[in-house]
Unconditional design. Structure first.
Lengths: 304, 360
């Protein structure tokens, strides 16, 4: 008899506590999302805007080879970014997590400090490094080229010829998929390192000793014990890198030039230049669906 | 075949400025149940880890069988370890856990299956192969850890406080079971514990350690009856200590005067110097208590406190201003519980060979 009113009061209390985030999500997330979903079935008005003649044409149009090619490239860029982040981030996370506790925090801080700078500025910095008259190319065509010509005069050998030729012209770095990947890896590396770090740090090191006690070499104990037990960190980190890479807009916009564009740029241009809201909405929804399915499949794999 | 399963020769291990193990030499016989006993931080676990290869000695040499181990990594040493927290692989079934060592050594699948099932039978966990470690009780996990190590038939099995996490009753049962198991498999066990009773119950020989040193290596009875120094006497069982000076004696027997008034007779192997500061150690159960002096050497005292514990009665008897000793009397007869009330004048006696003379 006494328990019931108390539990009802408890229910009200909980409702009260979740109400701010609930309303926030409904007003600023669910409602706009439904709006985008609705628009994706509409048609482009003559002067922009949306005509509400329901159609599936926008989704059909997505399968146009032009968009499919961009979408395919986007997926590949995001995958490559994720793999590089994993290959670079996991060893780093492992290294940090196995240092003495005091030094760990200092290292994590060092990892985070660059990310206190504005994202746009950091990406722009890569532009200065990679562009045709950028830092790399100044060194390539300047310092390296003159060093090689000096060397050629001191020790005349035929091998200098192709090297001199190569350093005579700038490297094409800016405006390539490679530049985008460099920018994305740089942007999302901490998102890979932090979950991996958490997983490695939580790992009971006596399990590694147990594996080695049972005749497992360093490599075997890594593959059979450390890797499976830190898999949740790898899965979380990969998702945290893959999803923003798939939807990237600023990085390809700044570093990809006119030729290398990703699906995020397509969505942007549909809304901002082509004023085709329905098609832009449809592409957005396909992208979201791919992310959702990809994440679910990946989680399922990780669980095994 | 060497008669020693493990030998440590002048082994030291430093961690920075901390000396965890200080010039330890040990010879552990083949087929022996050997315990490393000491308080936490005494270096016993580090010693075990030096044998396993998880730590390399700063100085000295570790031999397993006749082979100098040097920098051989743990996965190439013919020993297996039962870890304190069991360290079972949480992502593998019990079967996979036990099979791990055999798989790493590329034993054929069919043999692995057979040996794992045998090992699970041996630790009384038949049919548990498909469980995950977190579905087992603490005692069961302990058995899996044991099976996982023993299935490899190591030359030496290292056990790091394997019973520490179990409750008292289970621990007692496992002590006897481990001892029986060791007899059956005939493998040398090196057992780390801080529980003196556990070490006495199970071991063929015990090494008592403190501050990185080995203080005494001997059979349980020898350790208990003939402790080599005060720490050993104090750490193992209960002991009364009486400090005094050597004032006389004849061959094999010294007379120690406590607090200037009390003359205590002790058997000694080696006669200490006159007026040397010494400690007489005597176990409470080896003292008898009497209302009348049974012989002229009996020590007079006054009962200060009487504690009845069921199986026996403990008397705290004041001998001098500073010296109080505990006397333990078994309650053999019903009603004999409190024969000597508080305040009563009593006389204490013991066989001179029961007491130990310890230097300082």
């Amino acid at each position: 008899m006494e328990a019931q009113p108390r539990s009802r009061r408890e229910t009200w209390r909980l409702l009260f506590l979740i109400s701010p985030s609930f309303f926030w999500l409904v007003v600023f997330f669910l409602f706009p999302l439904l709006l985008v979903l609705g628009i994706s079935f509409g048609q482009r008005g003559t002067y922009g805007g949306v005509r509400w003649d329901l159609t599936l044409d926008n989704y059909v149009r997505f399968f146009d080879p032009l968009y499919m090619r961009i979408f395919g490239r986007t997926v590949i860029i995001a995958l490559v970014t994720t793999v590089i982040c994993l290959l670079a981030g996991y060893p780093l996370a492992y290294f940090i997590a196995t240092r003495p506790p005091g030094r760990r925090n200092a290292m994590l801080l060092l990892l985070m400090i660059p990310f206190w700078t504005n994202f746009l500025i950091r990406t722009y910095a890569w532009l200065l490094i990679l562009r045709d008259q950028g830092i790399i190319n100044i060194l390539w065509t300047g310092a390296l080229h003159s060093f090689l010509s000096q060397a050629a005069t001191v020790v005349p050998l035929p091998i200098w010829e192709p090297l001199l030729e190569a350093t005579a012209v700038s490297l094409k770095l800016f405006g390539t998929d490679g530049a985008i990947i460099v920018g994305l890896v740089y942007a999302w590396l901490p998102d890979m390192v932090l979950p991996c770090y958490a997983a490695v740090e939580r790992l009971d090191y006596s399990l590694v000793e147990a594996a080695q006690d049972l005749y497992a070499s360093r490599l075997k104990s890594f593959l059979r014990v450390i890797l499976p037990l830190t898999m949740p960190g790898i899965v979380a980190g990969s998702i945290l890198v893959f999803i923003p890479s798939l939807g990237a807009y600023v990085t390809p916009d700044l570093l990809g030039g006119a030729k290398s564009i990703m699906i995020g740029n397509v969505i942007y241009s549909q809304f901002m230049s082509a004023r085709d809201y329905p098609f832009g909405s449809a592409v957005s929804f396909v992208l979201m669906a791919v992310m959702l399915i990809g994440t679910l499949v990946y989680f399922r794999m990780g669980a095994e | 075949m060497s008669k020693y399963a493990v030998q440590l020769r002048n082994v030291s291990k430093h961690f920075g400025t901390v000396v965890a193990v200080d010039d330890v030499s040990l010879s552990i016989y083949d087929g022996e149940f050997f315990s490393l006993l000491g308080p936490s931080g005494c270096g016993k676990t580090t010693t075990l880890r030096l044998i396993a290869g998880f730590e390399l000695p700063t100085k000295g040499e570790v031999y397993i069988g006749e082979k100098l181990q040097g920098e051989i990594p743990p996965y190439h040493r013919p020993v297996n370890t039962v870890f304190q927290n069991y360290a079972l692989f949480p992502h593998m079934t019990v079967f996979k856990n036990v099979a791990f060592g055999l798989e790493m050594r590329k034993i054929p699948m069919e043999e692995i299956r057979q040996r794992v099932l045998e090992a699970l039978d041996m630790v009384q966990l038949p049919g548990m192969g498909n469980r995950k470690p977190d579905q087992l009780s603490g005692g069961q996990q302990q058995r899996v850890a044991l099976a996982r190590a023993l299935v490899n038939r190591p030359q030496v099995l290292l056990l790091d406080e394997p019973l520490g996490a179990l409750d008292l009753k289970l621990r007692k049962a496992m002590q006897l079971e481990l001892k029986a198991l060791q007899h059956r498999v005939g493998i040398t066990f090196v057992y780390v514990t801080h529980d003196q009773e556990e070490a006495l119950t199970m071991s063929d020989r015990i090494a008592v350690m403190n501050h990185g040193h080995v203080l005494q290596v001997a059979a349980p009875q020898e350790i208990y009856d003939r402790p080599s120094e005060r720490f050993v006497a104090d750490f193992i069982g209960e002991t009364n200590f009486l400090s005094g000076q050597v004032k006389g004696g004849r061959t094999g027997e010294a007379v120690v005067v406590v607090d200037g008034t009390l003359a205590v007779h002790v058997f000694v192997d080696r006669m200490p110097g006159m007026n040397e500061d010494v400690t007489v150690a005597i176990r409470p159960e080896k003292i008898s208590i009497h209302a009348e002096p049974p012989d002229p050497q009996a020590l007079p005292g006054v009962v200060e406190e009487v504690i009845y514990t069921g199986t026996d009665t403990r008397y705290l008897v004041r001998l001098t201003e500073k010296a109080i000793v505990t006397v333990r009397q078994q309650n053999v007869d019903v009603g004999a519980a409190v024969s000597f009330p508080v305040g009563m004048q009593v006389y204490l006696c013991w066989q001179p060979e029961s007491a130990r003379l310890l230097v300082a």
